[in-house]
Design a protein around this ligand. Structure first.
Ligand SMILES: N[C@@H](CCC(=O)N[C@@H](CS)C(=O)NCC(=O)O)C(=O)O
Length: 219
């Protein structure tokens, strides 16, 4: 039975999981949570009332959270690209960087985007300022970290890079990465050239009109 992924092609966390699937050419069925498919959304919401995607279904097993999906794929559907390093100590670094990209890049960038989707009267400029400051701090840390890294951790493309790719892709749209962070720019460019993530960018391209801050004319 084929693996099923519920998600949306424009969603950063869906792209994180898709990058892992594409890395290993893992076959799967994509269930698009677009408003055109209300029955797909209803089944997704029944399966996972928290309603955050992606969600993986493998026969009788379901896995929530993009990181856990990638961990599950590494255990149950491994491929040539080892996204979780075999060495336990190196895997700690990979998981630590995965947390960095989710919590300190994608977290604040999502706060800014979701704020923009609110009715104007309910927006939170103070929260947006905090998120922008948090992104500046995270960019500065990452720029130093990437001075001697090609990939985020462990020496090869990993779970952490699956997290980094969509996080930095959208973060630069939401709160542009300054020229003072050349290592972050170079890393983002490497991620965009990685075939697995480039495929995600193409998959999301038809939906750019959905970006509430206005998708910039780049990438
Ligand atoms: N912690 C979750 C976050 C997933 C997430 O935020 N997904 C967004 C799309 S990128 C979502 O489900 N948004 C729909 C909503 O919040 O209603 C994960 O790592 O998978």
């Amino acid at each position: 039975m084929a693996l099923k992924i519920y998600g949306h092609p424009f969603s950063s966390y869906t792209q994180k999981a898709l990058t892992a699937l594409y890395e290993n050419d893992t076959p799967f069925e994509f269930l698009n949570l677009s408003p055109d498919n209300p029955e797909v959304y209803a089944e997704f919401a029944r399966r996972w009332p928290i309603r955050k995607f992606p969600l993986l279904v493998d026969g009788g097993r379901q896995v929530m959270e993009a990181t856990s999906i990638i961990e599950y794929l590494a255990v149950r559907h491994p491929g040539a690209s080892r996204l979780i390093p075999a060495d336990a100590g190196t895997a700690v670094d990979v998981r630590m960087l995965d947390r960095f990209f989710d919590n300190y890049i994608n977290g604040p960038q999502q706060r800014i985007v979701y704020n923009q989707l609110r009715p104007e009267a309910n927006r939170d400029p103070y929260g947006v300022d905090e998120a922008r400051t948090a992104l500046e701090t995270a960019y500065a840390w990452l720029d130093r970290h990437m001075t001697d890294h090609e990939w985020a951790a462990g020496g090869s493309f990993s779970l952490a890079d699956c997290a980094a790719a969509p996080a930095l892709f959208y973060a630069d749209w939401t709160h542009p990465i300054g020229k003072q962070f050349p290592n972050v720019h170079a890393y983002r460019a490497r991620l965009l050239q990685r075939p697995s993530f480039a495929r995600c960018v193409e998959g999301g391209r038809p939906y750019r009109h959905l970006f509430p801050l206005g998708a910039p004319d780049q990438d």
